[in-house]
Design a protein around this ligand. Structure first.
Ligand SMILES: Nc1nc2c(ncn2[C@@H]2O[C@H](COP(=O)(O)OP(=O)(O)OP(=O)(O)O)[C@@H](O)[C@H]2O)c(=O)[nH]1
Ligand SMILES: [Mg+2]
Length: 610
């Protein structure tokens, strides 16, 4: 067996926000892959617009640094559980991982998930206790909890032997012993060179697994992955082995490797390296690219199943086609199917209605990011409330169940446990750090989490953090009675005016500004009681000859509640939809005409009685 001593391949994994991308910043900046005067900013790898806006990593990405003559290929991964499909698919490119653990939060649900993945792939772990600069860090306790996690997850004894470092990614320093004064990130890079095994090279003709795809308007599709065997050069003839067993022959266009933020064109790459190649028109993630001499497929990447689903349909509101560039069924279908190429944990199915597709994902955020991306590209469509995906296993109905971790304060524990029990959650653990910081852990069916996030933020006044992670399927626990209040529904089309909105505000909280065009059946507000209430927000004050008193003219409206896209998805009920266009996000009843809704309720009542 041969080794590439000039290369290391590592994946950076952790729970959301524990500092992965910030650590990559430090490695890139200090290893001088940028020109001295180059302005590079922060969270450099979070290059996608939505990533920058939200401050989270959504897609995993490759980069590399040169250190002491060795190229360290780095894979930055997302930490949010909804994007864990990304971690599953790229982790196989690496031989080692940096597991980051926040010095205050300690191991979190996603820490366990990604470490289990890394262990299953046999990666060598380096644990980095990050954010040691934080005032309230509790390093000894965090180390103990991390060790417990290793004891629980290790599949062999040598996996228990991990290297420990302490870092402040933000300050760009790492040290190997607690209490040492750090000055740079190099102790971490040295540790990678020493502890992460160099890639092994199997002898034989070229073979590479495609772990990622990119697209370039000039170069076309770009396949990214690790070379397991042999070497590759521009104009080589190769076979692409796809999942259905078909073998297609291509000529490689160009070959690139990574350094910093650049892809560098090279004349030849060898086993052990991570490369990007062009020239393959039809190639998917999970395919093997191999030499024609020995076209053998590598094991495909296995990715966990989606847990929630919602429909994406052509916009059927009276405003349809006004604001979007792509509004037809054909365009919607093509866009959704195109997404499947890179968004591996997503599924798209046809439904009974030709204008509606069932889209399945890993969580509400996973689907919300897709919706937001499409809307910005100019798509207009409507989506339904997300539902947990149930299955029949051995004749029994089962549903997805998740572990929910809540970090909160003592004063909210009562209200939270009450909310949880209505949602069929079971308390599995509760810890108090002695400073009134309380961590609650629950097992909860996924259906109980839908609509929970906004209620949670309201109940705890934005003062608490929640995280979830998929556990598995368990027997169906029965329906949950939803507790959301009713909504204020526009009874007339037109333009909302102050007078009409002011009247509506006597019934509840409103969602729109004066001047907003509305249609009958559009949801313009909410109220505490269960029933929906029709309101005419377009109603003008009757004109009279008598001058109205000044108090009458200066009507003061309460500012509207403006939901984010995620909040609207979380908010709507089964008989409601979210209308998404590049310019607006509107909430509506599925049945727009009030008479129709009333008939529907009456017929539902009759069928229940019968
Ligand atoms: N105090 C402190 N804050 C840090 C440190 N490292 C990162 N942060 C902050 O933590 C937040 C999250 O950092 P990111 O690097 O985006 O975390 P991440 O793990 O890449 O997050 P995801 O990719 O979304 O999972 C940012 O506000 C960082 O500035 C650190 O060493 N100390
Ligand atoms: Mg990140």
């Amino acid at each position: 067996m041969n080794y590439r001593h000039d290369i290391r391949n590592i994946a950076i994994i952790a729970h959301v926000d524990h500092g992965k991308t910030t650590l990559v910043d430090a490695m890139l900046k200090q290893s001088k892959v940028f020109r001295d005067n180059q302005v590079v900013g922060e969270l450099i790898m979070d290059s996608n617009t939505l990533e920058r806006e939200k401050g989270i990593t959504i897609m995993s990405k490759n980069t590399a640094v040169l250190y002491k003559g060795v190229k360290i290929n780095i894979i930055d991964t997302p930490g949010h559980a909804d994007f864990s499909g990304e971690v599953e698919r790229v982790i196989s490119m690496a031989d080692g991982c940096l597991l980051l653990v926040d010095s205050v939060e300690g191991p979190m649900p996603q820490t366990r998930f990604v470490l289990r993945q890394a262990m299953a792939k046999g990666l060598k772990s380096i644990v980095v206790i990050n954010k040691v600069d934080r005032d309230n860090s509790r390093i000894a306790e965090v180390i103990r909890l991390t060790e417990n996690l290793f004891l629980e997850l290790a599949t062999s004894v040598d996996q228990l032997d991990f290297q420990l470092l302490y870092a402040s990614a933000r300050e760009g320093i790492a040290v190997s012993k607690l209490g040492m004064k750090g000055k740079d990130i190099f102790p971490l890079l040295d540790c990678i060179l020493e502890k992460v095994p160099p890639p092994q090279i199997k002898s034989g003709p070229f073979q590479m697994l495609v772990s990622n795809l990119d697209y370039d308007s000039h170069k076309g599709r770009i396949a990214i992955g690790r070379i397991w065997r042999g070497r590759i050069a521009p104009r080589d003839s190769v076979a692409v082995l796809s999942s259905d067993g078909t073998v297609t022959h291509y000529e490689i266009g160009e070959v690139f490797t990574y350094l910093g933020l650049k892809r560098m064109k090279i004349e030849e790459a060898e086993a052990g390296d991570i490369v990007a190649v062009t020239g393959l028109e039809e190639v998917s993630i999970g395919d093997t690219i191999a030499s024609l001499d020995l076209p053998e497929a590598l094991p495909r990447i296995e990715i966990g199943e989606p847990t929630i689903e919602m429909t994406f349909g052509v916009n059927t509101s009276p405003f349809s086609g006004r604001e979007g560039r792509f509004c037809t069924t054909r365009q919607l279908r093509a866009r959704l199917h195109g997404e499947l190429e890179t968004n591996l944990s997503l599924r798209v199915q046809d439904t009974d209605s030709p204008d509606t597709f069932l889209v399945k994902g890993r969580g509400e955020l996973h689907l919300a990011i897709l919706i937001e991306t499409m809307r910005r590209e100019g798509y207009e469509f409507e989506v339904s409330r997300p539902e947990a995906i149930t299955k029949i296993v051995d004749g029994n109905l089962v549903e997805p169940v998740e572990a929910l971790t809540i970090d909160t304060k003592g004063e909210y524990v009562g209200v939270l446990t009450e909310m949880m029990s209505k949602r069929q959650a079971q308390l599995t653990d509760m810890r108090n750090d002695g400073h009134d910081n309380i961590r609650l852990e629950f097992h909860i069916p996924t259906k109980g989490l839908i609509g929970f996030r906004s209620a949670f933020l309201t109940a705890t006044r934005g003062d608490s953090i929640m995280n979830t992670i998929f556990l598995g399927y368990e027997p169906w626990r029965g329906e949950i009675v939803t507790t959301r209040g009713g909504v204020l529904v526009a009874s007339e089309p037109g333009i909302a005016v102050i007078y009409g909105l002011n009247n509506a505000q006597e019934r509840g909280d409103t969602f729109i500004e004066p001047g907003t065009p509305v249609y009958e059946g559009m949801i313009v507000g909410m109220h505490a009681r269960l029933r929906d209430i029709p309101v005419n927000v377009c109603k003008e004050k009757k004109k009279t000859n008598i001058r109205s008193s000044t108090s009458d003219i200066a009507v003061k409206l309460t500012p509207p509640i403006i939901f984010s896209l995620e909040q609207t998805i979380d908010f709507i009920n089964n008989d409601e939809l979210v209308e998404v266009t590049p310019e607006n996000i509107r909430l509506r009843k599925k049945l727009l005409a009030r008479a129709q809704r009333l008939r529907n309720i009456a017929s539902l009542r009759r069928s229940i009685k019968a």
